[in-house]
Write a protein that binds this ligand. Structure first.
Ligand SMILES: [Zn+2]
Length: 279
């Protein structure tokens, strides 16, 4: 107990220091915590078909083909050689059969895409871009970074008082009930954009897909044009509310793309058009 107390005190001091220096990447949780949290969130989601009506993979050949198409994109990015937790995390795709415009990543590599979101994309490259962005949130462990920020001191204080406290399970329950609506920090969004582009660039020219790295901008711009700047005008546009898009994000993406030598790439719009027939 004494050792644990010392560790907790040191960590508490570290948190207090980083909260002043705004070191975004500070994470109090372990890789195993990410995996455990993700698994528990996934179970909560599976147990709540009212809120999360799943697209059943085995219900029809069409559904199987829907999963195959989206997973093909997911594995291209996962196998880019740039995913730090490629082997450690679960990396599981779940499609939710609902017109809500949303996609989100739970810790540990659990990825959720709504059919409304898949339909809104107009090319395979757009979907690859937002898929890469969500993979980056999971791989960079933004959920537990955020939890560190929000609950870090609470967790440590409870550890000082009682190392078997129920604080962790309470946090988990809160997190699961929030589903995909956990908003990341601005810095996390920039980082997810940046890593998404790095993943896509690393497979560029190495396979039969040279995704246009800026197609993610098309997706966000169209969402803004159709749904309003912050998505407030449309109850279906959850993604835009948790991902406010602005000129700074767009400029940062363009600057990175230029630093790669402005590769053209392709959008593969026809592939996506054929895919949407299945939905
Ligand atoms: Zn994001």
């Amino acid at each position: 107990m004494k050792n644990k107390r010392t560790i907790a005190l040191a960590a508490l001091a570290a948190i207090l220091m980083v909260s002043c220096s705004s070191a975004e990447s500070f994470n109090l949780f372990t890789l195993n915590d990410d995996i455990t949290f993700g698994k528990q969130m996934h179970e909560e989601i599976l147990a709540n078909p009212g809120e999360y009506p799943l697209l059943d993979r085995t219900a029809s050949a069409e559904n199987e083909a829907v999963y195959a198409y989206v997973e093909d994109i997911m594995y291209r990015i996962l196998d880019s050689g740039k995913i730090e937790n490629r082997d450690a995390f679960e990396w599981k795709l779940t499609i939710i059969d609902d017109d809500v415009l949303n996609a989100f990543a739970a810790p540990g590599g659990y990825l959720y895409f709504y059919t409304g979101f898949l339909k809104f994309a107009e090319s395979e490259a757009e979907l690859a871009g937002v898929m890469a962005h969500e993979i980056a949130h999971a791989d960079r462990r933004h959920s537990t970074q955020k939890l560190t920020k929000v609950y870090g001191i609470q967790v440590l204080l409870s550890l000082l008082v009682d190392e078997n406290s129920s604080t962790m399970s309470q946090i988990l329950a809160q997190m699961a009930s929030g589903g995909g609506n956990l908003a990341f920090t601005r810095e996390n969004e920039y980082e997810a954009d940046e890593y998404a582009m790095r993943y896509m660039y690393s497979i560029y020219g190495s396979s039969d897909r040279n995704y246009n790295l800026l197609s993610m901008q098309d997706f966000f711009n169209r969402m803004e044009d159709e749904l309003g700047v912050d998505g407030s005008g449309d109850s279906l546009s959850v993604f835009l509310r948790t991902h406010p898009y602005n000129d700074d994000r767009e400029d940062a993406m363009t600057a990175l793309w230029e630093s790669f030598g402005s590769p053209d790439g392709e959008r593969y719009a026809e592939n996506h058009k054929a895919f949407k027939e299945l939905l």
